[in-house]
Design a protein around this ligand. Sequence first.
Ligand code: THU
Length: 160
Amino acid sequence: MIQKNIVVNFQEYKSIDDLDNLDKELVEKAIVAGSNAYSPYSNFHVGAAAKLGNGNIICGNNQENAAYPSGLCAERTALFYANANFPDQKIESLVILGEKNGEALKDIVPPCGACRQVIWESQNRQKSPIRIILASKNKVMIFDDINQLLPFSFDDSLLK
Ligand code: THU
């Protein structure tokens, strides 16, 4: 037996104010998106904003349903919209955050497992990395690609 380890690389900032203007704008859009979440069952608002290669910003938020599993997370709402309407545009960066009263939460919202898999598929499809920005009041974590958040991923090569 060999004990092995993996390393997760990311950049950490103390505050949203420390980000450059483009990332800050993306965070602001995600906060607005979060404020429009439809989440009457969890009362937990999540916002996502994806920056495309053509400069467009696509936003999403969580959409819940009385039949609970029928809902969808914020980042998948944004990614599916981007991939459905701009299939030729690469997604460069994706902000994910929790929102309350028009502000980012104090804790980051790490994407759920299903969302990581969907981000992975989008990245694989476009053949270029998607930067993932997990933003909160007290901390911002930036991952250069989804591989950092989803090592040992299931992908299309396994289907061949
Ligand atoms: N949620 C997201 O939108 N993204 C995630 O990655 C984690 C969870 C939503 C789903 C549900 O509407 C609420 O947060 C509580 O789980």
